[in-house]
Design a protein around this ligand. Structure first.
Ligand code: SAM
Length: 270
């Protein structure tokens, strides 16, 4: 058996990084305040929330604290990630999270089950984001909300940006695409959410600036090495030694509601 590192879904989509300790460390730097701030105005005690692609759970635990005594269901395709998130929740004595290892395309949930669905850094890894959005809509109650965020690599600000680094970033983007993902998914997020039948509440973007540029370049470089592209990895690592180097990653986010059609029903009965 190959390493779980390469998870395949029914569409031969590959989530490249999966559950390597490297990826887990990288994702674990996030929390609700830093990366999920756009959902907090919609959270309230008692809600039931689904976190799809929960990863190591550092954002999930923040969701759980906000909705307590409501509950969060945390789903990830990788059993290593759900196990990691479970350990984190147990360590923090958070009792209102349920975990499930499942695909965003086939959620283990009933129709209209949740008050909110949250998907951070997931849709850019999916070859069929519209199918996942339809599934999110299915499990949301009418009037429930979706909050999602994905990066737009076209809007990243990398300075300085010499040719070898451009080529390395281009190579990394190609790896993402070859694995069924879309580095610019964030650019299409709002449009896709609307086409999926949600009413947009808010859209926005922010730039994540890496104080230590080697945190992000090292992460990308290790994946380039794994893809047998060491020259690109080297270019990134060397770039990060420049004390004036800056790497600003663009995240686009949306919040949206599943229409309740109450208005339509009243039109029909009148
Ligand atoms: C980039 S990580 C994001 C983790 C977390 N949401 C965060 O932002 O820190 C993407 C996560 O989505 C999961 N994933 C990838 N494809 C998936 C799918 N089809 N269904 C459910 N989870 C998936 C991966 O295993 C991984 O944990």
């Amino acid at each position: 058996m190959q390493h779980k590192d390469k998870l395949m879904t029914t569409t031969a989509e590959i989530y490249t990084r999966d559950s390597t300790p490297d990826a887990t460390t990288f994702m674990s730097a996030r929390d609700l305040d830093s990366h999920g701030f756009f959902v907090t105005p919609l959270l309230s005690p008692g809600q039931s929330i689904l976190d799809v692609g929960c990863g190591p759970g550092t954002i999930t635990t923040g969701l759980a604290e906000h909705v307590f005594p409501g509950e969060v269901t945390a789903v990830d395709l990788s059993p290593t990630q759900t196990a990691c998130a479970r350990r984190l929740a147990e360590g923090r004595e958070i009792v209102n999270i349920h975990f499930a290892t499942a695909s965003a395309y086939e959620l283990p949930s009933r129709d209209c089950e949740y008050d909110g669905v949250f998907a951070h850094a997931l849709l850019e890894h999916l070859s069929r984001p519209m199918n996942a959005l339809a599934e999110f809509r299915r499990v949301l109650r009418p009037g429930g909300f979706l909050a999602a965020s994905s990066p737009d690599w076209d809007a990243f600000e990398i300075n300085p940006y010499p040719q070898p680094v451009r080529r390395a970033i281009a190579a990394y983007r190609e790896i993402m695409k070859a694995h069924g993902g879309d580095p610019c998914a964030g650019a299409f997020l709002a449009e896709r959410v609307e086409i999926s039948g949600f009413t947009l509440l808010h859209r926005g973007s922010w730039k994540e600036e890496y104080e230590d540029t080697s945190f992000i370049t090292g992460y990308l470089a290790r994946q380039l090495v794994a893809a047998r592209l060491p020259e690109h990895a080297e270019a990134l690592n060397e770039w990060a030694t420049n004390p004036r180097a800056s790497f600003r990653q663009q995240w686009n986010y949306v919040t949206a509601a599943k229409p309740s059609y109450r208005g339509l029903r009243s039109l029909v009965t009148e």
